[in-house]
Design a protein around this ligand. Structure first.
Ligand code: FES
Length: 166
């Protein structure tokens, strides 16, 4: 039971109310700390969640895209190429000097640098470790790449160039 003291000076004891206030303050402080904890966990956890799941989500999105019509592709002169995005991945579309077309995933099969077509050397080149690929088959021709680039199918449809997985 709470202890009473004479605070008013009139001889009547006034009931001590501090213990109830202390419990209330403790609850308030506890609730505040809990909210800060939840906020802190969210501030740290959400970016970590995004970081860890982003590659999975990107891969899922990339797999959903089966066909792309790169804007302006029909205007690529023979012997030139353009980069474009196939879903979330970089890709390269090559218009060969003989009028044929090739398209590849532009992620190097060695350590995932982005490759590019070199018209002056008629090759696909990876500057990271000097890997090269054949611009028609995508097969590695020199350097460390262990396997071919993923090749896409290229078709002309209604005056546009359409690149698809198969
Ligand atoms: S990442 Fe392309 S050759 Fe190493």
């Amino acid at each position: 039971m709470a202890e009473s003291r004479d605070r008013g000076g009139d001889g009547n004891p006034v009931p001590e109310s501090e213990p109830e206030v202390s419990v209330g303050r403790r609850c308030l402080v506890g609730a505040t700390m809990g909210l800060f904890g939840v906020g802190y966990a969210g501030a740290i956890g959400y970016p970590m969640y995004r970081y860890l799941h982003a590659p999975v989500e990107r891969a899922a999105l990339a797999a959903q895209v089966t066909e792309v019509s790169p804007q302006g592709a029909q205007d690529i002169p023979p012997g030139q190429a353009m980069g474009f995005m196939f879903g979330s991945r970089p890709a390269v579309l090559i218009h060969h000097a003989d009028g044929q077309w090739s398209a590849f995933d532009a992620v190097c099969t060695h350590l995932s640098c982005t490759v590019k077509y070199e018209p002056e050397n008629d090759r696909i080149f990876c500057a990271c470790h000097l890997g090269t690929y054949d611009p028609r088959s995508g097969e590695p021709t020199s350097g460390p790449p262990p396997r071919a680039l993923t090749k896409f199918v290229v078709k002309e449809k209604d005056g546009a160039i359409v690149v698809s997985r198969n």
